[in-house]
Design a protein around this ligand. Structure first.
Ligand SMILES: [Zn+2]
Length: 154
């Protein structure tokens, strides 16, 4: 089997951050890395699942909502993939940061928390998502938002 692109990145060198994983035409796949790979600290299912519901809802309702192709967790529980169409990296970065802040300040029901809308709706907890959003916002605040910021560490 051919080794797929995301396996070709040396995960020993990845630290938490926001990276361009790949570009396919006008689609950019971002690696939103919350946890350092293989370091013993992973998102819990609860944290990852709730963050997925919250970020997906906020980002699809944002000014770049029409350009969002997909947002979802990595199976290894160290981050998320975000696929966007035809957007500057700095714009995605700026709006993502704002969304993290909005989630941290949000009070109310978790979006999509019903049997009709989700495959495991009991496994959702707003505080768990806020914890991850706080952690990831702290990581993103060290970024200047220039293109070089979004390259994987060599
Ligand atoms: Zn769900």
């Amino acid at each position: 089997m051919e080794r797929i692109t995301s396996f070709q990145v040396d995960h020993n060198k990845i630290v938490p951050g926001m990276y361009v994983s790949r570009i396919d035409g006008d689609i950019t796949t971002f690696d939103l890395r919350v946890k350092k790979p293989n370091a013993g600290d992973y998102m819990s299912h609860l944290e990852m699942h709730t963050t997925e519901h919250m970020v997906a809802t906020f980002i699809r309702n944002s000014e770049i909502g029409q350009n969002i192709i997909y947002f979802g967790p990595m199976g290894c529980r160290t981050g998320f993939y975000l696929l966007t169409r035809d957007l500057p990296k700095a714009t995605v970065y700026k709006i993502l940061k704002q969304i993290l802040k909005d989630i941290i300040n949000y009070s109310g029901e978790v979006f999509g928390a019903s049997e009709e809308e989700c495959g495991n709706y009991r496994e959702l907890d707003l505080e768990s998502a806020k914890k991850i959003c706080r952690e990831y916002l702290h990581i993103l605040e060290n970024y200047s938002g220039t293109d070089a910021d979004f390259e994987y560490p060599q």
